[in-house]
Design a protein around this ligand. Structure first.
Ligand code: FES
Ligand code: FE2
Length: 374
């Protein structure tokens, strides 16, 4: 069996696109890689955990898990947004047990320790006479939080670069598109029997699969004019749109001059049409499975628009079903002895190339850190 180091080294990350191959099949099927990704990617990059609208008012909170760590994000009475590990300093129970809500104090359900919205320990019942116990040292452990557009991000790495630096040119690229005019409507999540990277690869193939797999969607995109732009840690795929009567449901719900598909490393996507946005968050769940969370936004979320919005979501689900089937097929193929790695289309697959190089860089430094820790 090759070592993890050999498996990682077998990807040639210096190769230009014309010479490059995909990351090796082993990266999609080996537990060791999935574990290393938990430490080197998901514990060190900025991860989307929710929407600013969920924590608008003081006391509003939401709980999430990032890289297996239970977290709570809460707006303080000073209006400051903060994040903490949702782990009681007494005996480690989850302090906040609801997915979201409003509270004036965070009280642990186990023995009743209570924490302020700023994380400080406020009460520890029946703790008189405990020696060398400093309340000020027993608040909830903080974690980095920041926001961009409607999205809340956290980062488990105290030494991480700030969110703005992490996003790089993505922020100015998205700014003119006025995401603030779109309002959250509904969330749907899907479980796929494939490695999380298979879903990301499929997203980043520059429209390569669209004419073959998504005939309806293809009818409204000008496939030949599809552009692919890679910079920093993002990829923008964009296509002019055409009017078409091939598929009435698609034509009615995917309108405007252009389609915009943004991906931000490692696992977040923003898809925009006129008056429409969906975001995708891809979360690994073991090596052979992932969960994809779709949040749907529309310019009009009033009752009178609800039916049209639901039709639009149904259209998105149809495209997603087509993607799910092929991603699961790919995952089975990646297990085959017949497959090692594949080449990339220069015209179409620069996004995947960027993804694979960023990932390789993170896995290499993760491995080196692990080696120097031992
Ligand atoms: S574990 Fe939270 S009060 Fe004991
Ligand atoms: Fe697709």
């Amino acid at each position: 069996m090759p070592s993890l180091r050999d498996v990682i080294a077998s990807y040639k990350d210096q190769a230009p696109l014309e010479q490059a191959s995909t990351i090796p099949a082993a990266w999609y099927v080996e537990e060791g890689i999935a574990e290393l990704e938990g430490q080197a990617v998901f514990s060190r990059t900025w991860q989307v955990v929710g929407r600013v609208g969920q924590v608008q008012r003081p006391g509003q909170f939401l709980t999430v898990e990032v890289a297996g760590e239970p977290l709570v994000v809460v707006r303080g009475s000073d209006n400051q947004l903060r994040g903490f590990y949702n782990v009681c300093r007494h005996h480690a129970a989850a302090v906040v047990t609801e997915q979201e809500g409003t509270a004036s104090i965070l009280r642990c359900p186990y023995h009743g320790w209570s924490y302020g919205l700023d994380g400080s320990l406020k009460g520890a019942p029946e703790f008189e006479g405990v020696c060398s116990f400093d309340r000020s040292q027993n608040g909830l452990v903080p974690v980095g939080v920041d926001t961009w557009e409607q999205f809340i991000f956290v980062n488990l790495d105290p030494a991480a670069v700030g969110l703005r630096d992490f996003l790089g040119r993505l922020a100015p690229r998205v700014a003119p598109l006025n995401l603030a005019s779109l309002h959250f409507f509904e969330r749907r999540s899907y479980t796929l029997n494939c490695n999380w990277k298979v879903f990301v690869d499929n997203y980043l193939d520059g429209g390569y699969h669209v004419p073959h797999l998504h005939k309806g969607l293809n009818s409204v995109l000008e496939y030949k004019q599809y552009t692919i732009e890679t910079e920093d840690r993002y990829c923008l795929q964009s296509s002019p749109m055409v009017s078409s009567d091939v598929d009435a449901a698609t034509a009615a719900t995917r309108t405007g001059d252009r389609a915009w598909y943004f991906w931000q490393y490692p696992n977040f996507m923003i898809n925009l049409y006129q008056g429409y946005m969906d975001t995708n968050l891809v979360l690994p769940d073991g090596v052979d499975r992932c969960r994809v969370i779709f949040d749907f936004y529309f310019d009009d979320v009033s009752e009178s628009a609800a039916e049209r919005n639901r039709q639009s979501i149904a259209m998105g689900e149809r495209v997603n079903d087509e993607d799910v089937g092929i991603c699961e097929s790919v995952q089975r193929g990646l297990h085959s002895r017949a497959y090692g790695a594949g080449r990339l289309s220069v015209r179409r697959e620069a996004g995947e190339h960027l993804f694979h190089r960023l990932l390789a860089a993170d896995l290499k430094s993760g491995l080196n850190r692990a080696a120097s820790d031992h």
